[in-house]
Write a protein that binds this ligand. Structure first.
Ligand code: CP
Ligand code: NVA
Length: 306
């Protein structure tokens, strides 16, 4: 179903600051149960998953249904993409059937290629480089629990991975302070840092420096999907980077802890932190549903951001 002009969401900077604020306001209305619309009535979302998923898969599928639409789960075992059909051909064919495509895959360039050839909106559900839907959910969680991200200090502890890169994009767009503590060799993407780092973004080596006075403490697994064989090597490199109670005690007293999940208790985070009183990880997971519904309502359902 080729749509007239359409927009994709491949990265946080695809929206301006005012648009991001409006999008998160819409998501917040959805979270509070104040949105009754069915903007996806009669519409379909294709969901391509080249990697595993619990939250992304379920929240996109349920969210589409809640907005009146229908979602199709496509794994490489089910579709010809898994047998080498070109991405460009897949994009052109799916565009004749569906009204939007969500994709989770390895190389970010594959998502860009899909978006180039699709004539319907494409949404990035995670690549090796970025995880922008998760950062929307994290921002909504910050808004829910701290009122705003304005003037807050966000700390990132651990790998300079897809999550870290998307936090950098968000700091660039929204202007909050972001301090990332990464071991040598595990810095965020150099091009994103160079392009979008600036006064508000700093990479340090000492987790305590990042966490001191922070309002949000955030971490993720040390070996992301596709890096499983590096697990042992990374456990050595990330020694001292576990978010435990002594690290949390350096943050602001009202600080919240976030983790996109899945988590490894006893590795990047202590059970006492992720299951403790400062953790907001379950709200954070729920907020995936609300932000993605807002995103689909705007990109696929004609909801205005203004
Ligand atoms: N946080 C996140 O994207 O989770 P899934 O891998 O379960 O989708
Ligand atoms: N950095 C993690 C995030 C999982 C949601 C990964 O890419 O595996």
């Amino acid at each position: 179903m080729p749509d007239a002009p359409h927009r994709d969401f491949l990265a946080i900077p695809d929206f301006t600051k005012p648009e991001l604020i409006k999008l998160l306001e819409l998501a917040d209305r959805m979270r509070r149960g104040e949105y009754e619309g069915k903007p996806l009535a009669g519409k379909s979302l294709a969901m391509i998953f080249m990697k595993s998923s619990t939250r992304t898969r379920v929240s996109f599928e349920v969210g589409t249904w809640q907005l009146g639409g229908h979602a199709l789960f496509l794994s490489p075992r089910d579709v010809q993409l898994g047998r080498g059909e070109p991405i460009a051909d897949t994009a052109r064919v799916l565009s004749r059937y569906v009204d939007g495509i969500m994709i989770r895959t390895f190389a970010h360039s594959e998502v860009e290629e899909l978006a180039r050839y699709a004539s319907v909106p494409v949404i990035n559900g995670l690549t090796d480089l970025l995880h922008p839907c998760q950062i929307l959910a994290d921002l909504l969680t910050v808004k829910q629990h701290l009122g705003t991200w304005e003037g807050k200090k966000i700390a990132w502890i651990g790998d300079g991975n897809n999550m870290a890169n998307s936090w950098i994009n968000a700091s660039y767009r929204l202007g909050f302070e972001l301090v990332l503590a990464c071991p040598p060799g595990y810095d965020p993407d150099a091009a994103i840092l160079m392009r979008e780092g600036g006064a508000h973004v700093k990479v340090v080596r000492d987790p305590r420096e990042a966490v001191r006075g922070a309002d949000v403490v955030n971490t993720d697994v040390w070996a992301s999907m596709g890096q499983e064989e590096e697990q042992a090597k990374r456990e050595v490199a990330f020694e001292g980077f576990e978010v435990d109670q002594s690290l949390m005690s350096l943050a602001s007293k009202s600080a919240i802890f976030l983790h996109c999940l899945p988590a490894h208790r006893g590795e990047e985070v202590a059970a006492t932190v992720i299951d403790g009183p400062q953790s907001r990880v379950w709200d954070e997971a729920e907020n995936r549903l609300h932000v993605q519904k807002a995103l689909m309502a705007v990109l696929m359902g004609g909801e205005a951001l203004g």
